[in-house]
Design a protein around this ligand. Sequence first.
Ligand SMILES: NC(=O)c1ccc[n+]([C@@H]2O[C@H](COP(=O)([O-])OP(=O)(O)OC[C@H]3O[C@@H](n4cnc5c(N)ncnc54)[C@H](O)[C@@H]3O)[C@@H](O)[C@H]2O)c1
Ligand SMILES: N[C@@H](CCO)C(=O)O
Ligand code: NA
Length: 430
Amino acid sequence: MKPLKVALLGCGVVGSQVIRLMHEQAADLTARVGAPLELAGVAVRRLGRKRDVEVDPALLTTDAESLVTRDDVDIVIEVIGGIEPARTLIVSALSKGKSVVTANKALLAEDGGTLHEAARTGNGDLYFEASVAGAIPLLRPLRESLAGDHVKRVLGIVNGTTNYILDKMDSSGASFTDALEEAQTLGYAEADPTADVEGFDAAAKAAILAGLAFHSRVTAAEVHREGITEITATDVASAKAMGYVIKLLAICARSDDGRSVGVRVHPAMIPRSHPLAGVREAYNAVFVEAESAGQLMFYGKGAGGAPTASAVLGDLVAVARNRLAGTRGPEESTYAERVVHPMGETVTRCHVALDVADKPGVLARVADLFAKHDVSIQTVRQEGHGDDAQLVIVTHRATDAALTATMEGLRELDIVRAVASVMRVEGDDD
Ligand SMILES: NC(=O)c1ccc[n+]([C@@H]2O[C@H](COP(=O)([O-])OP(=O)(O)OC[C@H]3O[C@@H](n4cnc5c(N)ncnc54)[C@H](O)[C@@H]3O)[C@@H](O)[C@H]2O)c1
Ligand SMILES: N[C@@H](CCO)C(=O)O
Ligand code: NA
């Protein structure tokens, strides 16, 4: 049987594991695909570098553009990352009729439309399971298994680094800075942790998830994004005292009338009894709620060379089978054309801690301000007394615009010394 030729772009953490697995599992892959998969070349930045995997030096090239357009190449795997040259290389490959497998969430979330269009006109496949939640099969279930259902909400932990940091803060009382340092020492967080801790990585994944779940195109720029850098040990302790844990959540939800979607990434308190609260260390987990299927949960490793390569290889087998069968996988589905509504229209609950003076009338004035903005209070608790009093308030569901206006009003009240902590509450639907 004629082999299918595979060009690999990038031989870093993921790329080196792709090579290892293609080599070690060659016989099984051949049997599963129906033809051998053969590496045609590996594009790297520097030829002489020491690598985590043995590669035939004759396969290495620094000319990625020539590799992806070579006539004998059938499938291109892109694991370089970043926007350029990844975009140009993927578009070149697709325009030449190749199929592409990529793990590049940043590119898909910024300009997925261009890639999908190139796949459509080139009549090839574009698969990207590894781009969201690494090893966890999540995109194929959304794109294929749930294609007959109506997804209402996707909610989950899609960034392992921040989950590791928040888990450390929760279990040991560590500060954000100390927990980040530990995550860096262990290799979870990068030297420049911005993409993870500021929520960019999770926002890109949320955009991809929302697009698939709601059959609409969503870009990273449309995702409301807040990171975890401002979370203090006091926030974590305060959450703990109330039976909550703080997680960085990606939440994609369809509006009640079905016309729009909300897509957001921010830290939130969830009850300790919620299944997502038990997601420890660098693990990922995603809940999908669909009209007929009900609640589904996907859990596993969202990062790491081998786990991510597992998802890449799954896609490789799928696109290879399609090529042999002379068919293609599903195209991008954007027929619903739902718009992303502004964060102000999103309905959430809120936990607020206020430093106040403990004297008559303070609670009444605070409550009055919530009422003025039509925000209903669920619980209120006072801690401390005298000049050290703190009011801890949890609201019922209200629009983010009303909650934001309430917080602004609280900051202006003379009886409020400081708004010590504001955090959204998710996962208990009171
Ligand atoms: N590492 C993970 O756990 C993980 C998980 C999910 C998705 N991803 C995605 O997989 C992709 C790769 O991630 P990684 O962790 O392997 O990164 P990495 O930095 O370890 O590897 C990228 C490699 O690409 C090479 N490269 C850069 N520009 C190149 C060019 N123009 N030509 C040839 N080679 C070039 C780099 O030298 C590097 O070796 C990214 O899109 C990332 O977001 C990674
Ligand atoms: N940096 C990501 C892994 C790649 O998506 C994380 O911490 O989950
Ligand atoms: Na995945």
